[in-house]
Design a binder for this molecule. Structure first.
Ligand SMILES: C[S@@+](CC[C@H](N)C(=O)[O-])C[C@H]1O[C@@H](n2cnc3c(N)ncnc32)[C@H](O)[C@@H]1O
Length: 284
């Protein structure tokens, strides 16, 4: 992807090479991002294993995972898929995909940009997204997902998100996020300063490609408590990755200061409140 590509307005306004920021933090991402709960994985499996509504001959995959990253969700779902189900796990970053491949899971893999899926029309039964649908809430992606899904096919999203608005000290972090956004680019502000960052999925409700079938808040797995764990987690978030190196250090000094000096916050037991969200959309 070239640096020449324009910034795209809309949900999660990132440069088109934005996703590549994760590449900077591959090892940290794999180590410090949480996994998914059993309950969440069960909900995904239930949706995937509901009887097929079609026996379309054009069907190539029962499951297409987009933005699979290092395979945190893939490694929980793929081993539980019944024989005969074809699972293609994809990711835009080749380096992330290498980590996923090293896990030797029963899936096919491919480097894929979700805005240009190299599959025929009506060839996928279910699209699975683990904490990445917010990257795809734009017409070019929604249209593409709709194109490859069979009519009535499902877009299943399991995600965790920071509940930065639930505690006073995390509101301080949210404020700092806004400052980081200003450094990175004001066009991204709307996404991260929203009181509930699942506002990001709003374009899904308005689009004509799919109909929301389920939305459930569920507990997220969470991260270990303690200031190091919190800082390590925050360091994997794309907004901090986008900061120039010299600025990132100052931001992290400030984060440490917030955590160590905020009244009532115990740095040894502090954690980032995470919530889980399960969504199913049916292709129109
Ligand atoms: C927050 S990570 C989630 C990764 C993984 N699903 C998980 O559960 O850990 C979001 C992922 O979406 C990927 N991504 C972002 N934009 C993408 C695009 N246009 N096409 C495909 N993947 C993309 C990123 O590279 C990253 O791996």
């Amino acid at each position: 992807m070239s640096d020449q590509q324009e910034k795209t307005p809309g949900c999660h306004n990132l440069t088109k090479d934005g996703p590549m920021v994760f590449v900077k933090h591959l090892t940290e991402y794999e180590k410090y991002r949480p996994s998914y709960t059993e309950k969440g994985v069960e909900m995904v499996l239930e949706e995937i294993m509901l009887p097929k509504e079609t026996s379309s001959s054009s069907l190539k995959y029962e499951i297409l995972e987009l933005g699979a990253g290092s395979g945190k969700l893939t490694e929980l779902v793929a081993p539980k898929i019944p024989p005969g189900y074809r699972y293609l796990a994809t990711e835009i970053s080749r380096d992330f995909l290498e980590i996923l491949k090293s896990k030797s899971l029963p899936v096919e893999t491919a480097t894929v940009n979700a805005s240009n899926i190299p599959l025929p029309d009506n060839s996928v039964q279910n699209i699975l997204c683990g904490t990445c649908l917010h990257w795809f809430c734009k017409d070019e992606y929604l249209k593409e997902m709709h194109r490859v899904l069979i009519p009535g096919g499902k877009l299943i999203s399991l995600a965790y998100h920071e509940d930065f608005d639930v505690e006073p000290w995390t509101m301080e972090i949210l404020k700092q996020f806004s400052e980081a956004c200003e450094v990175v680019g004001p066009s991204r502000l709307a996404d991260v300063t929203s009181p509930n960052n699942w506002e990001q999925l709003k374009p899904m409700d308005a689009c004509s490609y799919s109909t929301a079938a389920k939305r459930e808040r569920i507990p997220a797995q969470g991260i270990p408590s303690g200031i190091d764990s919190v800082l390590n987690y925050l360091n994997t978030l794309s907004i901090y990755a986008y900061l120039p190196d010299d600025k990132r250090e100052a931001f992290f000094d400030r984060l440490k200061q917030i955590i160590t000096s905020y009244p009532g916050v115990d740095p040894e037991h502090v954690t980032v409140p995470l919530g889980g969200l399960f969504d199913v959309f049916t292709a129109n």
